[in-house]
Design a protein around this ligand. Structure first.
Ligand code: MSP
Length: 649
């Protein structure tokens, strides 16, 4: 029995139940899983937690749109999410649902404790709320009047609410981030939090809602439900039994070693969560790691854009380990990165089929061909051995350093350096020449042994990221698994008896495959059929008021993104009698090149304004609606082609 190196508690965010989690969600979970597997392989007693975040207005609205209860809605989706994690080989130890009774009770106790301590108090909330993000914003935090995280419309909310005294913890949190650089990683996220949120001043946080009821009721004031983020963040301790009858796991595993989260939710994890724990007098997590986003052609994935990549399709096409490898290899973990089918296929062909797959198949084939599958004990060292053995013996050390820093991409790159070195070693030692000389048999045996041993080491090192490939390599090498630490030693393999198997990763015909994928691309999702709620009536206007607007048809001559902004497009529009520049916040709905030549309708007598340093002389009109899936928007244009400058009346 190996002694445990101690405990290691790692969490993913708990996912909003959505019927199609995409490759971006899988990215976050695969990364966490790779760490969990790596730590287990090193001998840690690992607790790997994931789960689902099931309360809130967004879920309630989605359930209503489907005509089912919120509970029915989430139950069905959660089982789909569990299936996805099974497919992606996610080795979680515990799965928490925020609808679990233990969690619900614990959240109620936490809310009561904070209330009794005076850190939660009752007042009235009036402010902006982004339903898709379930976030409150102050007017200064809004960007162009919209949610600064997702760019969607926000809603003015006014209701009696409970507040958490977040402001009280501002200095402590600043101190925490400034003086414990490990707490928030990568380091770039520290300045983001300090400059964007903490230094400008923290306001108390509204932590209850009364306008909907799909949430955890406040026990002493049940018309209030607990704010979803307060509910959600506590999952990391309630899943361990905190505030329940059996809190032994909480005592064992808390504080958490690392919360892995995407960059847009770092704010909740590095400000609100530590403040809550401080208020509860509980230890803080050791680290929050905010990874970047996986994007499509520089865009965020979204159903309405029709650009979401389905991990199920990828896994069914290429196998789970190829997808896991790609996710962990392609993008440095703290940064944003792009996903394209072409990049995935190229990686599979180059790194997996060519480099790794060929090394294994050539080695095994040569051992079979030259020695009938069994390597003799008599071996003779020779030129090139030292270099290969030295690299093989030190790769594990380098991989450990990189994995400890969650630098998966470079950790895999180190392993692939060893694979490339071994492929080069074959060319250098030329076994096909050695076999021709009977006196070189012992030398040939040594060459093939060294290759088999490198493959064994590689097999051990890739296991956290590619758990299904390691057993296949070991099987072909006819060897037992020796565990992570054995990757630090060279010469572990004893009686080498190989067995040829299938190619680890078949080569893919890039062009054919890309054409096939293009043909199978999903259509962008049709606008949701939810009825639009009756709007608050606006003040009545007279025909004269309306007549003050000068609305004109124009044709887009040029359109480009404004570099400093992710939202704004700059248009040059031909109104027939003149051309003018208008800036419009619709960058996330249209690609500039798709709009050139299109007719639009604009208000042309609006006072000019400067947006991101660019003058805007008017406003282009669009139809827009907020749905549970986000904002939908379409530019307004005349049904028939009209002369530029035509009046809209
Ligand atoms: N429910 C909250 C988390 C509460 S944790 C106490 C939530 N859920 S989520 O389903 O929207 O997102 C879960 C995770 O997936 C987040 O870390 C998010 O950053 C990540 N990703 C979602 N899309 C992503 C990409 N396109 N790329 C990388 N990660 C992304 O937020």
């Amino acid at each position: 029995m190996k002694l445990s190196k101690g405990k290691f508690y790692i969490t993913t965010p708990i996912y909003y139940p959505s019927d199609n989690l995409h490759i971006g969600h899988a990215y976050c979970t695969v990364a966490s899983d790779s760490i969990a597997r790596y730590k287990r392989a090193q001998g840690y007693d690992v607790m790997f937690l994931t789960g689902t975040d099931e309360h809130g207005q967004k879920i309630q609205r989605k359930a209503e749109a489907k005509g089912v209860t919120p509970q029915q809605y989430v139950d069905e989706i959660v089982s789909g999410i569990k299936d996805l994690w099974k497919l992606m080989d996610i080795s979680y130890d515990r799965f928490i649902r925020t609808t679990d009774e233990q969690h619900v009770k614990a959240v109620q106790k936490i809310f009561n404790t904070l209330y009794e301590k005076g850190d939660i108090y009752k007042s009235e909330y009036e402010g902006w709320y982004c339903t898709p993000c379930e976030s409150f914003w102050t007017p200064t935090q809004l960007k162009d009047g919209k949610c600064p995280d997702c760019g969607r419309e926000v809603e003015m909310t006014k209701e009696e609410s409970y507040f958490f005294r977040l402001s009280k913890y501002r200095d402590k949190i600043i101190n925490l981030i400034e003086n414990n650089p490990d707490f928030l990683q990568p380091a770039s996220r520290q300045n983001e939090m300090l400059n964007n949120f903490l230094r400008p001043g923290l306001e108390d946080l509204c932590v209850s809602r009364t306008s909907f009821d799909w949430g955890i009721p406040v026990t002493f004031d049940p018309k209030h439900v607990v704010y979803v983020w307060l509910d959600a963040l506590t999952n990391y301790i309630t899943a361990m039994g905190a505030f329940s009858d059996d809190d032994s796991d909480f005592k064992k595993y808390w504080p958490c070693d690392v919360h892995i989260v995407g960059k847009e939710i770092v704010r909740f994890h590095s400000i609100i969560w530590p403040a809550m724990l401080m208020a509860l007098d509980l230890p803080l997590p050791k680290q929050v790691f905010g990874h970047g986003w996986l994007k499509i052609g520089g865009d965020k994935m979204s159903k309405s854009k029709g650009n979401v990549v389905d991990p199920v399709v990828l896994v069914n096409n290429y196998g789970v380990d190829a997808v896991r490898y790609f996710l962990m290899r392609e993008v440095p973990f703290g940064s944003d990165g792009d996903f394209t089918n072409e990049m995935l296929i190229n990686r599979i062909n180059a790194d997996l089929a060519n480099d790794l797959g060929n090394l294994l198949s050539r080695t095994v084939a040569m051992i079979e061909k030259y020695f009938g599958g069994e390597l003799p004990e008599e071996r003779e060292t020779g030129e090139f051995d030292d270099d290969l053995i030295d690299l093989a013996s030190h790769t594990a050390e380098k991989v450990e350093k990189l994995m400890d820093a969650f630098d998966f991409s470079n950790a895999l790159a180190e392993i692939w350096k060893l694979i490339s070195r071994a492929n080069k070693y074959i060319d250098e030692t030329m076994p096909w020449k050695l076999i021709k000389d009977e006196s070189k048999k012992a030398r040939l045996a040594a060459v093939l042994y060294n290759l088999a041993e490198v493959l064994r080491i590689v097999g051990e090192l890739i296991r956290p990221v590619m758990p299904n490939t390691t057993p296949k390599i070991m099987e072909q090498l006819g060897c037992e698994e020796h565990g992570w630490d054995s990757a630090k030693e060279f010469g572990v393999l004893k009686n080498v008896k190989v067995k040829k198997g299938e190619a680890l990763f078949p080569r893919i015909d890039v062009e054919k495959e890309l054409a096939r994928l293009e043909a199978a691309k999903p259509e962008p999702e049709k606008p949701a059929e939810e009825p639009i709620e009756k709007p608050e009536p606006k003040d009545e206007i007279t025909i004269d008021d309306f007549g003050k607007l000068d609305l004109r048809v124009g044709t887009v001559l040029a359109c480009e993104k404004i570099k400093k902004s992710s939202k704004l497009l700059k248009f040059q529009i031909d109104f027939g009698y003149e051309q003018r520049q208008i800036v419009s916040g619709i960058a996330k709905f249209y690609k500039p090149e798709d709009l050139i030549g299109k007719q639009v309708v604009a208000v042309v007598n609006l006072a000019p304004v400067k947006l991101c340093g660019e003058e805007s002389n008017g406003m282009i009109l669009s139809a827009a609606v907020n749905t549970a899936n986000g904002e939908e928007l379409s530019l307004i244009a005349p049904i028939a082609l009209m002369r530029n400058g035509s009046e809209v009346r």
